[in-house]
Design a protein around this ligand. Structure first.
Ligand code: NOJ
Ligand code: CA
Length: 540
């Protein structure tokens, strides 16, 4: 194995929905062996670490986030042996792999919950949170507001209400029970012993409930998460915990503790602000957020992202900002879900490849380790007519062949329909075509990844923001041994004239839409095309 225990600080992450990626046995469902066969593709993109969405047995009421057996693989996806092979093959290529750890809840089909409901004396009864009335913990918000009206659901069998922060089919585990805490640790050991490099921990703010609070980010929750970190450090050094906590900056910062809780956390508050900035042609939203972001411990790292498998959440913005984002990016009601927008990156930007490249460049210039959502490296589209968040989870488009090359199943349905019509259909948007086109999104992104990796200083936290009085521009500067790196991005639809600081720089890279005539480094001048960027290095 690769040695560096801080590897995550400068890795390129890639989020895979196994079900959606590649079908190896023609049953219309992507599987672990299918993913293993595509590892060379991920390697060629420059991926360092794969994050797998839940792969466990599940009735799939929340696409696998409703787990019915934490110690196995969903039969649709393969076997534990297939999983081990995937891990080995990933490592053999010098990549890493982390799995989803659903900490907060189980499926109502989980044997634990079945027993808990039917037998109050079963030890499993205490695995869940019960009450005689739905009145307790009224301070907790409802997260899936489009489908749930309460965090309590009546169990006919148990004759009581049970607590759930997500769908009613996802009863919350009772972390006040030491047996639950131990169970979670054995789940972690089970998967870590199979060689995975860590976990993306799901829904971590909600582990404990206390009356009179909003039941999020409680001290008890942080104390238990630190206990999990101690387990990792003691028994599995070099493996990581990545937090999914969709919270305001100060509450989110707490998940790093003093460098003794999570190694990484998704940078939720920054994400919608990148979309705001490009919509307004004004970097203020990004700059303000960076200015207000608390520092994080030296052994930690942000995980930065544009999109993922959920709706684009606009919870952590003001109500005016939310309205702006809805109006701009989700004009049709079907595009909205809960407090978010269920669309993929490319359709959000009207398929404008230059704007997509620009947003990736901004993402890659920011402190943090970037993650790419499967399919967004080729600009896949979405299908807003599908249920829940399925519209952003359609089959990966590999080629112009039947089913987009995802599956050779020729009769009957795939797990979800492939996108075939219009400008995002697989005949137009697919891996095979993009690999052969030097100006494709895939190759633009691959170039950016190569550049970023050739300068490890991109993983640093200390940046200086430049051109603050020119809000159309988002520019950051940071230091490395050979001089400064300066990344300048034009968020607007007009050419921006830039006067460089009094430094001599080399051209590190530039966007595909930037003309070389616009760059006069000896004179310290750049005319930046609309939605273009220029990155400079060795600035002295
Ligand atoms: C966050 C996951 O990303 C989402 O897909 C899921 O529905 C909830 N947590 C509940 O597990
Ligand atoms: Ca299959």
């Amino acid at each position: 194995m690769l040695e560096n225990n801080l590897w995550y600080q400068n890795s390129i992450f890639y989020e895979v929905h196994t079900r959606a990626f590649s079908d190896s046995n023609q049953d219309g469902i992507g599987d672990l062996n299918g993913l293993t066969q595509k590892l060379d593709y991920l390697k060629s993109l420059g991926v360092d670490c794969i994050w797998l969405l839940p792969i466990y047995p599940s009735p799939l009421k929340d696409d696998g986030y409703d787990i019915s057996d934490f110690y196995n693989v969903h039969p649709d996806l393969g076997t534990l042996e297939d999983f081990k092979k995937l891990v080995e093959e990933t490592h053999r290529r010098g990549m890493r792999i982390i799995a989803d750890l659903v900490v907060n809840h189980t499926s109502d089909q989980c044997r634990w919950f079945q027993e808990a409901q039917s037998n109050p004396d079963s030890p499993y009864h205490q695995y869940y949170v019960w009450n005689d009335t739905p009145e307790k913990y009224r301070g907790a918000r409802i997260i899936f507001i489009d489908s749930e009206t309460s965090n309590w659901t009546w169990s006919e069998k148990a004759g009581k209400y049970y607590w759930h922060r997500f769908y009613a089919c996802q009863p919350d585990l009772n972390y006040d029970n030491p047996a639950v805490r131990e169970e979670l640790k054995s789940i972690m050991r089970f998967w870590l012993d199979m060689g995975i490099d860590g976990f993306r921990a799901d829904a971590v703010p909600y582990l404990f409930e206390r009356e009179g609070t909003n039941c999020e980010n409680l001290p008890e929750t942080h104390a238990f998460l630190k206990e999990l970190r101690r387990l990792m450090d003691a028994e599995y050094p070099g493996r990581i915990l990545l937090a999914e906590a969709n919270q305001w900056p100060r509450d989110l910062r707490a998940y790093f503790g003093d460098g003794d809780e999570f190694h990484m956390a998704f940078r939720f508050p920054l994400m919608p602000r990148m979309f705001m900035a490009i919509a307004k042609g004004d970097s203020t939203a990004i700059v303000d957020n960076l200015d207000q972001s608390p520092e994080i411990p030296a052994n930690c790292q942000w995980c930065t992202f544009l999109r993922n498998h959920d709706e684009l959440t606009v919870e952590m913005v003001t109500s005016e900002e939310r309205q702006f984002l809805w109006d701009f990016y989700a004009p049709e009601p079907r595009m909205r879900l809960n407090l978010g927008i269920r669309r993929r990156l490319a359709p959000l930007l009207n398929g404008d490849i230059d704007k997509i490249e620009l947003l990736y460049a901004i993402l890659f210039s920011l402190p943090g380790a970037p993650i790419i959502y499967y399919g967004d490296e080729i600009g896949m589209g979405d299908n807003i007519w599908l249920n829940d968040r399925d519209g952003v989870r359609t089959p990966m488009q590999w080629s112009a062949k039947a089913n987009g090359g995802f599956s050779e199943k020729l009769t009957g349905n795939l797990y979800l329909p492939v996108i075939q019509e219009g400008k995002f259909g697989y005949p137009q948007v697919n891996v095979e075509a993009q690999i052969n086109d030097p100006n494709s999104l895939f190759n633009r992104l691959r170039r950016l990844i190569t550049v970023r990796k050739s300068h490890p200083a991109f993983s640093r936290q200390e940046i200086e923001i430049l051109y603050r009085d020119q809000p159309e521009i988002f520019a950051v500067q940071f230091s490395e041994s050979g001089g400064k790196i300066i990344c300048i991005h034009n968020l607007s639809s007009r050419v921006q004239d830039i006067v460089l600081p009094d430094l001599q720089c080399n051209l590190l890279t530039q966007s595909t839409n930037q003309t070389k005539y616009g760059i006069d480094l000896p004179a310290g001048k750049i005319s930046l095309e609309p939605y273009a960027y220029v990155w400079l290095s060795h600035c002295l």
